[in-house]
Design a protein around this ligand. Structure first.
Ligand code: ADP
Length: 335
């Protein structure tokens, strides 16, 4: 599998022939080529022990690769001072690692202070970040970590990692310990934040749902630290590269594809002849098929109206959704 992107798109992180064999002979990562574009969110996903965390930790040199090279923004990471390097790369882990005896604001101010920012600047930046991650500074800044819920602590972890405005953020199962509903919210919030800030993210998860939900592209790892497929969520789900990937994405991949396939105006049916009473709520033309399906089921209607701004552009039926899914698959085959 070739992990390099198309020419012309700026690469932010590039792993070339990267391997890691631990001292006891365990091959954790094998000849890995992986390229992450500037501003991209890439998820590394796969079963436990397939080398995801090792890969992540090689990027910020918590672990040294045995073979290959890693470049960030065109610079070989092994030629940089590891401490300096790690300060310029945000890192969020599941156990958060907040300092328990420091208030929330102080936790977030840590890295800017290390960088030599004034206290006032660091505090202003930390306050702004708490707001960005959805924690009201007036309520939470002066609390201690133990006075926050798991989800809130995780938000502080994200805020702290972003405090130094790192161009690259590494995240290792950051939302793994929170309950499913909180997790969905954290994912949504994080996606918005990532888009707003334009930060390049490598995100490790063992959860394929999380990977296809968040990732611009998804790298599926197989046992032995082998990259099985590196592709868009729609292609991972619709065109798994081999039996391993097909098995990993599972039999519900058809359902998941609904959420990663945009609605295609070509599969709408015209409004003419449709009685107003037959249409449920209207959805935006930029919606996913999953959203269309959810609205159809919610309203128990035979079709859902689709609008582009204020203008109705047609209706979508269950048949239309099916046709759109099949067409998306066919398109992938042609590509
Ligand atoms: P993942 O993050 O996908 O669960 P890891 O990168 O943590 O996988 O581990 C990959 C493989 O390397 C596993 O077989 C694991 O047991 C092994 N491993 C991880 N850390 C070490 C270590 N310090 N020494 C020896 N083997 C290790």
């Amino acid at each position: 599998m070739d992990g390099t992107g198309s020419a012309g798109e700026a690469s932010m992180i590039r792993l070339s022939g990267v391997g890691k064999t631990y001292d006891d002979g365990t091959v954790a990562v094998h000849a890995l080529d992986l390229e992450v574009r500037r501003g991209e969110l890439v998820c590394l996903v796969g079963p436990s022990g397939c080398g995801k965390s090792t890969t992540l930790k090689m990027i910020n040199r918590l672990i040294e690769p045995t073979t290959g090279t890693i470049e960030i923004d065109g610079r070989d990471v092994t030629r940089q001072d590891p401490v300096q390097l790690r300060r310029s790369i945000g890192y969020v882990i599941q156990q958060v690692g907040l300092f328990p005896h420091q208030r929330i604001i102080a936790n977030v101010m840590t890295v800017p202070l290390l960088y030599g920012e004034s206290k006032a600047t660091a505090r202003a930046r930390a306050t702004e970040l708490l707001e960005l991650v959805g924690l009201d500074p007036a309520r939470y800044a002066e609390r201690y970590p133990s006075q926050l819920s798991g989800g809130q602590q995780q938000r502080v972890g994200v805020a702290r990692a972003l405090a130094a405005k790192p161009p690259v953020l590494l995240m290792d199962e950051p939302f793994g310990a929170v309950d499913p509903l909180v997790r969905l919210r954290l994912q949504d919030e994080f996606l918005r934040l990532q888009r707003d800030l334009g930060v390049t993210v490598v995100f490790v998860t063992h959860d394929i749902d999380e990977a296809v939900r968040l990732g611009d592209r998804v790298a599926v790892f197989a046992t032995g630290g082998r990259l099985a497929q590196y592709d868009t969520p729609a292609r991972i789900l619709g065109r798994p590269a081999d039996d391993f990937v097909a098995d990993f994405v599972g039999s519900t991949s058809g359902l998941r594809r609904l959420d990663v396939t945009p609605l295609d105006p070509a599969h709408l049916e015209p409004l003419e002849g449709v009685r107003a009473g037959d249409i449920g709520a209207a959805i935006d033309v930029d919606s996913t098929l999953g959203h269309a399906m959810a609205v159809l089921l919610r309203d128990d209607a035979g079709m859902v109206g689709v609008r582009d701004g204020a203008r109705f552009v047609g209706v979508l039926t269950p048949n239309g959704i099916h046709r759109a899914l099949r067409a998306a698959l066919a398109e992938m085959a042609d590509a």
